[in-house]
Design a protein around this ligand. Structure first.
Ligand SMILES: Nc1ncnc2c1ncn2[C@@H]1O[C@H](COP(=O)(O)OP(=O)(O)O)[C@@H](O)[C@H]1O
Ligand SMILES: [Mg+2]
Length: 273
């Protein structure tokens, strides 16, 4: 794991000079009297992968959905460093502006691939659709890029005209990833990307994700209850409990030397997650 350490050192060194891609300030979301998440603050730097862990019901998905513009937080700011205008609060930007961001600079990988795919459209069409949404109209070019992306997620070119419903769970998830990454986003949100897949399929998907994240220099927020996922993918970790962030730090530090009692339980797997 020597290469990993070097990578993280480099990431850390870079963060001292580069401005954050995402600045999250005092995010809160309530469901009536119930707290979804509250008082969440962090910065995410270009090329950095942040893991968000915690038991079921701790607020991970609520937070991720607030950050990705799927849920409106009751309080707080989500400041994204846009290409055109620099840092902008995405909570208060207009709906069309937010929609444009989610087609271009942002990507969202759902736990259940079917939530992120169009099952009535071919595999190639699922990838091509994202390109068309950002203005690509050249059929030959779209098909060529779709085929290239199928290859990158280890799906045979011969499946380009098949519907995703004919694919295995692992293939569907890889297709969802291709559809998300084809437009070259800068920030990828993932909610339990390996959840619900067989263990052997998970390992392959994780390897693939790890390669793509590094190669494309992606920033990512990965929600998971699986510590093996963050061990492999995340530079930094945020541990959530009852809607609050209880611990943050470099992944190795948090997992090898957890400070908060809850994190200690989580790491020792005493907690049922
Ligand atoms: N749509 C909703 N309506 C009411 N309560 C919700 C809703 N979604 C989530 N919650 C509650 O918010 C808290 C955080 O849930 P969630 O963000 O789904 O956690 P996690 O993703 O960590 O499992 C839980 O107490 C959950 O019951
Ligand atoms: Mg969840």
């Amino acid at each position: 794991m020597r290469a990993d350490k070097d990578f993280r050192e480099n990431t850390r060194a870079r963060t001292e000079t580069v401005k954050p891609l995402l600045q999250v300030r005092e995010i809160e979301k309530r469901y009536g009297a119930r707290i979804g998440c509250t008082g969440v603050n962090f910065d995410l730097y270009p090329g950095e992968v942040m893991g968000i862990v915690g038991e079921s019901g701790s607020g991970k998905s609520t937070l991720l959905n607030c950050l990705a513009g799927h849920l409106e937080p009751d309080a707080g700011q989500v400041i994204f460093d846009t290409r055109a205008d620099g840092p902008v609060d995405t909570v208060t930007m207009s709906e069309p502006e937010r929609r444009m961001l989610s087609r271009t600079d942002w990507a969202f990988v759902h736990q259940h691939a079917r939530d992120g795919l169009r099952t009535s459209v071919s595999a190639g069409g699922n990838i091509g659709e994202r390109l068309m949404a950002v203005g690509d109209r050249h059929y030959g070019n779209i098909r060529e890029r779709a085929i290239d992306w199928l290859g990158r997620v280890e799906i045979s070119e011969t499946r380009v005209d098949d519907r995703p419903t004919a694919f295995s769970g692992g293939m569907q998830q890889r297709l969802q990833i291709a559809r998300n990454l084809v437009t070259g986003p800068r920030l990828v949100f993932m909610d339990e990307p390996t959840g619900g897949l067989d263990v052997s399929v998970q390992a392959r998907l994780l390897d693939l994700l790890r390669g793509l994240v590094r190669e494309m220099g992606l920033s990512a927020l990965i929600v998971t209850h699986d510590l093996a996922v963050v061990r492999l993918l995340a530079d930094r970790l945020m541990v959530m409990k009852d809607g609050h962030v209880v611990e943050t730090g470099l992944t190795d530090q948090v997992l090898d030397d957890p400070q908060h009692a809850y994190t200690q339980l989580l790491v020792s797997s005493v907690l049922q997650v």
